[in-house]
Design a protein around this ligand. Sequence first.
Ligand code: GLN
Length: 195
Amino acid sequence: MKIGILAVQGDFEAHAAMLANLGVATVEVRTVEDLAGCDGLILPGGESTTQLQFLQEEGLYDAVKQFAADGGAIFGTCAGAILLAREVKNPGQASLGLLDMTVLRNAYGRQLASDVFFGPSKLTDVPIEMVFIRAPIIESAGSGVEVLAEYEGKPVLVQKGNVMAATFHPELTEDNTVHKHFLELAGPNRSTAPR
Ligand code: GLN
């Protein structure tokens, strides 16, 4: 299995380290060619405006949409979740629209990356670790979008088919639960059905 990580800016190296610990090969994605042959793609935290502009300029915007349509697994964290949303507010901007949800940017204010919170999830019996950094809030999600984890009663990890988004940063914690789940989506049994 090979997982691509969008490597423009933001914390792509933290995702690579997490996956290396899980024994998974990663490739830094900066071009359409880099994405070819990947089973999954991670859109990391950072600044979604900068990342969106890069995707559009490099032809990756269309390539990522095609990747998802072909059944490739995608996981967006924080800025990456913003890129995946159908609608982005505060301020508004274009997005890939691969997950039927509306997000409100910069909703949690500035928080130290060292603050670790815990919330319940469907992935494991114990609460999972969450770090929020100027995180978006998922204001609403379509009926087909499954909520996998919550924090203070609000969705923070959602999935539909092969696309998953977290408003927090699991890659900045010791907890690999969320990445392990993503690897299941990207694994050999992944759906190749058109979404
Ligand atoms: N607020 C940032 C944005 O809108 C996201 C913050 C993050 O990824 N930690 O892009």
